[in-house]
Design a protein around this ligand. Structure first.
Ligand SMILES: NC(=O)c1ccc[n+]([C@@H]2O[C@H](COP(=O)([O-])OP(=O)(O)OC[C@H]3O[C@@H](n4cnc5c(N)ncnc54)[C@H](OP(=O)(O)O)[C@@H]3O)[C@@H](O)[C@H]2O)c1
Ligand SMILES: *[C@@H]1O[C@H](CO)[C@@H](O)[C@H](O)[C@H]1NC(C)=O
Ligand SMILES: *[C@@H]1O[C@H](CO)[C@@H](O)[C@H](O)[C@H]1NC(C)=O
Length: 314
């Protein structure tokens, strides 16, 4: 009995040591104040996006939660206002699975908000299915919708420089492959979803590289971020039997959304990282990506293909 308790105590201690040393990740230590600055966080109603929005609200920013679901977003607005004591937190409707909605959001935003200093492209999804525009949902939400959104807001970001774009990607980018001849077949099954997810996250990394090139000399900088393995609602569409394995693992070994928000926050507020515009960050540090994610010819082509798909002339 005593040895059982001792063994359990050792296990718990080991877990705590492992958790704080290896799992928790770095903190953003910057004390940048954002009073008078305006920020957009896509998918800011839950998970990493919500914690990012809360932190930026605490720094005094005017925070626009760009979300698809009114009830969920308004609940988050209420919560963030209460926790931050900042009532400059507002909801604006944005469904990234619809190019029409992206255009409507940009139009409303540009009309009603005079400034934009930080755009955080955080919303993301890993599921199958087609959008009303006829694209693969993962492709449109994770890449194409955000591509259009960023392009439509770019002039305002330039006007308000120094300003930043932060794109929440994933280390899964490493498994991504881009097949320009077949960018959005309707996906079926988990493997295809993961493949499409990785591809969309590779697109995030490449988009940021090309965006940095376009933005040279403007004082608008951009960064892609892997937030870590984070216990959020991102796994909500897992089947019941998968959850049985997944939930305990995620609870014990994944970061909390507060931890997961640290690197997106860092890239949004840390002074002195401008020279790393276009690069990829993990754990509040710049990190080299694999060769296929720094292929500038592919990044350029992706940019042009995306422009055509959303109907933008260059
Ligand atoms: N969690 C991880 O381990 C992990 C790891 C690497 C990268 N990431 C990335 O981190 C980002 C945030 O993910 P999370 O883990 O915080 O996931 P989450 O809890 O599922 O939050 C995702 C957010 O995206 C929103 N969203 C989904 N589809 C949308 C659409 N069509 N239009 C507008 N918003 C939409 C969701 O809105 P609803 O609430 O209305 O659904 C939600 O606010 C994603 O880009 C994800 O790929 C996460
Ligand atoms: C989706 O998955 C299919 C099958 O794996 C692949 O051919 C296609 O290129 C992927 N599309 C995207 C946008 O990732
Ligand atoms: C960028 O910032 C620098 C330093 O503040 C300033 O001198 C320069 O004029 C700015 N450039 C533009 C295009 O705003």
């Amino acid at each position: 009995m005593v040895s059982c308790i001792a063994a359990a105590a050792i296990l718990v201690a080991l877990y705590i040591v492992t958790y704080y040393n290896f799992l928790k990740g770095a903190r953003c230590r910057s004390d940048t104040c954002l009073r008078g600055k305006t920020v957009i966080v896509t998918g800011g109603n839950t998970g990493i996006g919500k914690q990012t929005a809360l932190d930026l609200a605490r720094r005094g920013a005017r925070v626009i939660l760009a979300c698809r679901n009114k009830e969920r977003a308004e609940a988050a607005v209420f919560d963030i206002r209460k926790k931050s004591g900042n009532n400059q937190v507002v909801f604006m409707q944005l469904d990234l699975a619809s190019l029409k909605s992206v255009r409507a959001f940009a139009e409303t935003f540009l009309k009603s908000e005079p400034q934009l200093h930080i755009l955080i492209n955080n919303a993301g999804i890993g599921s199958n299915g087609k959008t009303a525009d006829g694209f693969n949902v993962v492709w449109e939400v994770n890449h194409l919708g955000h591509f259009l959104l960023t392009r439509l807001l770019l002039d305002r970001l330039k006007l308000c420089s120094p300003s930043r774009v932060v794109v929440v990607t994933s280390a899964m980018y490493r498994y991504g492959k881009i097949d320009f001849s077949n960018l959005n077949p309707p996906g079926e099954g988990l493997i295809q979803v993961l493949r499409n997810y990785s591809c969309s996250k590779l697109c995030n990394v490449l988009f940021v590289r090309e965006l940095a090139n376009c933005l040279e000399g403007t004082n608008v900088t951009c960064y892609s971020v892997h937030p870590g393995a984070v216990n959020t609602e991102v796994f909500r569409q897992l089947k019941c039997w998968m959850k049985v394995f997944f939930v305990p693992v995620a609870t014990l070994f994944f970061q909390t959304p507060v931890d997961g928000a640290q690197t997106p926050i860092y890239c949004a507020v840390q002074e002195g990282i401008e020279k790393f515009s276009g690069r990829y960050f993990v754990d509040c540090k710049v990190r080299e990506v694999l060769p296929h994610a720094r292929d500038d010819a592919v990044a350029r082509k992706l940019w042009e293909v995306s422009e055509r798909m959303v109907g933008l002339g260059s």
